[in-house]
Design a protein around this ligand. Structure first.
Ligand code: GDD
Ligand code: MG
Length: 324
């Protein structure tokens, strides 16, 4: 089987960081969001096709420098085509069936089992579903007998959500689904295509472990916490000479001698945290510099940010080269 990965969104809810970096390259628990999603793919996948758009060149360069374990092909869009348009544009040569992954979700799921469920049930596909408290920012499924999806509403109005089971952004589809997408224009797969698939047999696969969409600052930090708790950061220790609780995922060349850490921190490549500074529940992207006695809590700091000595940054998202 092949996998088609949607990576073309603008990441508007993570601005200003996403003005210079696509959200899929923001590291959480020590590696980029995209690589956590790809970790869910079975080892025997034949090819991974990345449907890129916004900042496609940066994704390309990163994937070249940090090779994946499957053959990879990127298919960029000249203009954003939406989720369905991106599938159509990148979908020629797809296997039947194929995996479809959003690139901004984290989950604990064995995707091979989702493929097995599709093989057992037939129909046009199996969509994994996560149960959430507030389904309104997602695509929401109504479920019938044997978890057949009987209704699907993308981002429903308040009170109109048919359940709390939402499209988790990880699915297995028959190739004929690609034929159902109109070509040559932007298409929302969830709004324009999924409702029409229901009569052909689309099934839900309820996730039981954790799931989150990391597309907002709050959810990004929550996702990072879930990944740490799941051990996805490997054996993450404190950086040399640092103290506190951690866990901290320190990427290549990060240093933090004499700094203290609370839980759930990623230090991107080359990040420098000076002695006497304190960091917790945060993501510090490549080249960021936290000076002595500064504090960073619940924040996402874009590449090459500087936090001045003694300053406190809490609950903030700072863009590339910002100073606080
Ligand atoms: N190639 C391409 N082109 N990819 C795109 C485009 C585009 O124009 N627009 C968005 N994407 C990618 C994003 O990068 C992301 O990986 C995925 O498609 C979904 O887009 P989001 O913008 O993150 O959508 P959402 O989070 O509001 O909703 C989607 O995900 C939810 C689960 O996280 C929908 O699929 C919902 O139904 C679902 O519940
Ligand atoms: Mg999303």
């Amino acid at each position: 089987m092949k996998a088609l990965v949607l990576i073309g969104g603008f990441g508007t809810r993570l601005r200003p960081i996403t003005l210079t970096v696509p959200k899929q390259l923001i590291p959480l628990a020590g590696k980029p969001m995209l690589y956590h999603v790809l970790d869910l793919l079975p080892a025997d996948v034949d090819e991974v096709v990345l449907a890129t758009g916004y900042k496609a060149d940066l994704i390309d360069a990163y994937v070249r420098e940090h090779p994946l374990r499957w053959p990879v092909r990127t298919v960029p869009e000249a203009e954003p085509l939406g989720t369905g348009g991106g599938m159509k544009n990148a979908g020629s040569g797809m296997s039947d069936p194929f995996y479809l992954l959003n690139s901004d979700v984290i989950a604990s799921v064995e995707l091979a089992k989702v493929a097995d469920a599709h093989a057992a049930r037939g129909g046009v596909g199996v969509m994994t579903l996560a149960e959430v408290d507030d389904p309104r920012p997602y695509g929401v499924a109504a479920l019938g007998e044997n978890d057949r999806i009987t209704g699907f509403v993308e981002k429903p109005e308040p009170e109109r959500a048919p359940s709390r089971w939402i499209n988790a952004g990880l699915a297995v589809y028959a190739r004929e689904v690609l034929d159902a997408i109109p070509g040559g224009r932007p298409v929302s797969f969830e709004r324009e295509v999924v409702p029409g698939l229901l009569e052909r047999g689309l099934y839900g696969y309820r996730l039981t472990g954790y799931w989150d969409d990391a597309g907002t600052p709050e959810r990004l930090l929550r996702s990072q916490r879930l990944l740490f708790e799941d051990g996805r950061a490997g054996r993450s220790r404190l950086p040399a000479g640092a103290f506190g609780t951690g866990p901290v995922a320190a990427m290549a060349g990060a240093s933090a001698e004499g700094a203290s850490f609370g839980p759930h921190v990623t230090l991107g490549p080359g990040v420098r945290v000076e002695a006497g500074a304190h960091v917790e529940n945060s993501i510090l992207m490549e080249g960021t510099h936290v000076e002595r006695e500064a504090t960073v809590v619940g924040s996402i700091l874009g590449p090459h940010t500087r936090v001045r000595a003694g300053h406190r940054v809490a609950g903030q998202v700072l863009g590339e080269r910002a100073e606080a």
